[in-house]
Design a protein around this ligand. Structure first.
Ligand code: PHE
Length: 348
C-alpha cells in the first residue's frame, strides 16, 4: 500500500472512532495515538524520505491536510464532550432554590442579663454609676456592718452558704444579698456623696422551689449625701417604675423592716396585667412587689464612714428575675438557670 493510501486509511480510521469517544481521558488517548509525536501520522511521515523527490511536496501537503482535518475534528469533539460534562455537573450539583431557607442561629442574651442592662440603663439616666462588689464576702460585711449581729433574729431572713475557713479565722460566705456593696461604695466615697447601683449575683441556702433559687441576681442602689430625704427615695423609685412599666404606672410604698434601713419600705407597682383588678400574676391583690428600700440606718452610715448628723441617704434592692417573671408571666424561677433553650430562645 502506498504511503498516501496508508494515510487515507489512518484518517478514515481516526474519523470513524472519534464520534464514539465520550470522555476527556479517551479523547486525550485518541489525540496521542493519531496526532502525537509517536502517533500514527508522525510515524508514517518518517517514511516520506523514501518517496521519489518529485512526489514529496504533494505527499507533504496531503499529510498537512490530514493533520488539519483531524485537529479540527478533535476540537469539535472536545467542545461536545466539555459541554456534556458541564451539563452533567449542572444537574448533579443543582440547588433547589424553592426549598425553604434555614435561618442562621443567632446568639442571644440571657433574660436576666437583658433586664439587668435595662435596669442599669434606667438608673444611669438618673445619674447612678454602675458598681460591682464581690460575691464572696465576710460575715462582717454581709451582716455585722449592716446592723445584723450574729444572734439577731433577722438572720433568719437570709439562709447562708458558709465557706469552710480555719478555726478562729473570720467567717467567709457567699453574699446573701447585694447590700454589702453599700458598705464598699460608702467607704470608697466618704465623706463625699455617693450615688451608685450594684448589680450582681446572690446566693441563698434554700430549698429550690418555683419561687426560690439558690442563685439569683439583685440590683442594689445607694445614695448618700447631705439633705437626702425620704422623698428623694420615693422620687427615684417612682421614676424607675414609670420608666420600666410606662409613665403613669401607679405605685405604693408599704412599711416594712430591714435592719440596715430606718424607716424601711417595700415598693409595689400596680399589676400591669390586670391594672389593679386582681389576677393570677398579682395573686388577686392588684399589686406587684418589686423592691425593698429605706433610709440608710445611722449605724450603717457610720460603718460606711459618714456622720449621720451631717449625712443621710437611701438604699434599695430589687430582684431582676422577679421583675422579668412579672413582665413575662413566668411562673417558675427555675427556668432561668436550667439552661433549657426552649425557654431561653424566647428572649430575643
Ligand atoms: N437586701 C435586702 C434583701 O435582700 C433588700 C434591701 C436592700 C432592702 C436595700 C433595703 C435596702 O431583701
Amino acid at each position: 500500500m502506498s504511503i498516501i493510501d496508508q494515510l487515507a486509511h489512518i484518517e478514515q480510521d481516526a474519523l470513524s472512532t472519534l464520534p464514539t469517544i465520550s470522555s476527556v481521558e479517551a479523547l486525550a488517548e485518541w489525540k496521542s495515538s493519531y496526532l502525537g509525536k509517536q502517533g500514527a501520522i508522525a510515524k508514517l511521515s518518517r517514511e516520506l524520505g523514501t518517496l521519489p523527490a518529485d512526489q514529496r511536496p504533494a505527499a507533504g501537503q496531503r499529510f498537512n491536510a490530514v493533520r488539519g482535518t483531524l485537529e479540527s475534528a478533535l476540537s469539535e469533539r472536545e467542545t461536545v464532550i466539555n459541554s456534556a460534562a458541564q451539563n452533567d455537573a449542572f444537574t448533579r450539583e443543582a440547588v433547589d432554590v424553592t426549598l425553604p431557607g434555614r435561618p442562621t442561629v443567632v446568639g442571644r442574651l440571657h433574660p436576666s442579663t437583658r433586664v439587668l442592662r435595662m435596669i442599669d440603663g434606667i438608673f444611669a439616666e438618673m445619674g447612678f454609676q454602675v458598681w460591682e462588689s464581690p460575691e464572696v464576702e465576710t460575715d462582717t460585711l454581709n451582716f455585722e456592718l449592716l446592723n445584723i449581729p450574729a444572734d439577731h433574729p433577722a438572720r433568719d431572713m437570709w439562709d447562708t452558704f458558709y465557706i469552710d475557713t480555719p478555726a478562729g479565722a473570720e467567717k467567709v460566705l457567699l453574699r446573701t444579698h447585694t447590700s454589702p456593696g453599700q458598705i464598699h461604695a460608702m467607704r470608697a466615697h466618704a465623706p463625699n456623696p455617693v450615688r451608685v447601683i450594684l448589680p450582681g449575683k446572690c446566693y441563698r441556702y434554700e430549698q429550690v422551689t418555683t419561687r426560690h433559687e439558690m442563685m439569683f441576681h439583685q440590683v442594689e442602689g445607694i445614695a448618700v449625701g447631705q439633705n437626702i430625704t425620704f422623698s428623694d427615695l420615693k422620687g427615684t423609685l417612682i421614676g424607675f417604675a414609670e420608666r420600666l412599666y410606662g409613665s403613669g404606672t401607679k405605685t405604693r410604698f408599704r412599711p416594712s423592716y430591714f435592719p440596715f434601713t430606718e424607716p424601711s419600705v417595700e415598693l409595689d407597682v400596680e399589676c400591669f396585667l390586670c391594672k389593679g383588678d386582681g389576677c393570677r400574676v398579682c395573686k388577686h391583690t392588684g399589686w406587684l412587689e418589686i423592691s425593698g428600700a429605706g433610709m440608710v440606718h445611722p449605724d450603717v452610715l457610720r460603718n460606711g464612714g459618714y456622720d449621720p448628723a451631717i449625712h443621710s441617704g437611701f438604699a434599695f434592692g430589687m430582684g431582676p428575675e422577679r421583675i422579668t417573671m412579672l413582665r413575662h408571666g413566668i411562673d417558675d424561677i427555675r427556668w432561668f438557670f436550667s439552661g433549657d433553650e426552649r425557654f431561653l430562645e424566647q428572649f430575643v
